[in-house]
Design a protein around this ligand. Structure first.
Ligand code: 5GP
Length: 183
């Protein structure tokens, strides 16, 4: 592992994490490096091919047995994992992962910065999940999961940001990251 600052961005599905991280990368990509996770879930309609490495359970398990993940978790029946970075990257590393993964990263890298994004309200979160085309039965599961995740995030000492306005959220995240890397 490198000595670069590791920033874990966590938060429930439908909070706008993906959009916020994409915007953060667009604005500060020269100073940040975004980790690409592996997942065994199906690609969503309209989701970018490079949003994840979409893989099978067998291939995921083989990589996991070989020690190829910094952390991994099973989330609503699918595996998700962060590949071990190749070498010193020389940029702030951004990991967009769930709180189970965040806990594993903090255990290995106590200096990692944890940012937890939350939705302005449960209604807003539900609307976002439906809009992005999650299957209806998954929406309720994700809302239940969101409550557990918020509690876990607080226990881990995360910096919590309520995502009301994307550009305000990105600005606040960058301020927190910039402070942490110079701190
Ligand atoms: P989604 O299916 O909505 O893309 O992701 C479901 C959850 O898995 C989200 O909370 C997302 O942040 C998390 N996730 C994505 N990649 C990883 C990963 O590599 N490790 C872990 N632990 N969680 C991940």
């Amino acid at each position: 592992m490198s000595n670069d600052l590791v920033v874990v961005v966590s938060g429930p599905g439908g909070v706008g994490k993906g959009t916020v991280v994409a915007e953060l990368m667009a604005e500060h990509g020269d100073e940040l490096w975004l980790s690409r996770s592996w997942t065994t879930r199906d690609q969503r309609p309209g989701e970018a091919d490079d949003a994840y490495v979409f893989t099978t359970r067998e291939a995921f398990e083989a990589r996991r047995e070989a020690g190829g993940f910094l952390e991994w978790a099973e989330f609503l029946g699918n595996y998700y994992g962060t590949p071990v970075p190749d070498a010193d990257i020389g940029r702030v590393q951004i990991l967009e992962i769930d709180v189970q993964g965040a806990r594993q990263v903090i255990a290995q890298i106590p200096d990692a910065l944890l940012i937890f994004l939350s939705a302005p309200s449960a209604d807003e979160q539900e609307a976002r999940l439906r809009r992005r085309g999650d299957p209806p039965e998954k929406v309720q599961q994700r809302l239940d999961k969101a409550r557990e995740e918020a509690e876990a995030g607080r226990e881990l000492g995360a910096v919590e940001i309520v995502n009301i306005d994307i550009s305000d959220t990105v600005e606040e995240m960058w301020r927190v990251i910039d402070t942490a890397r110079h701190g």
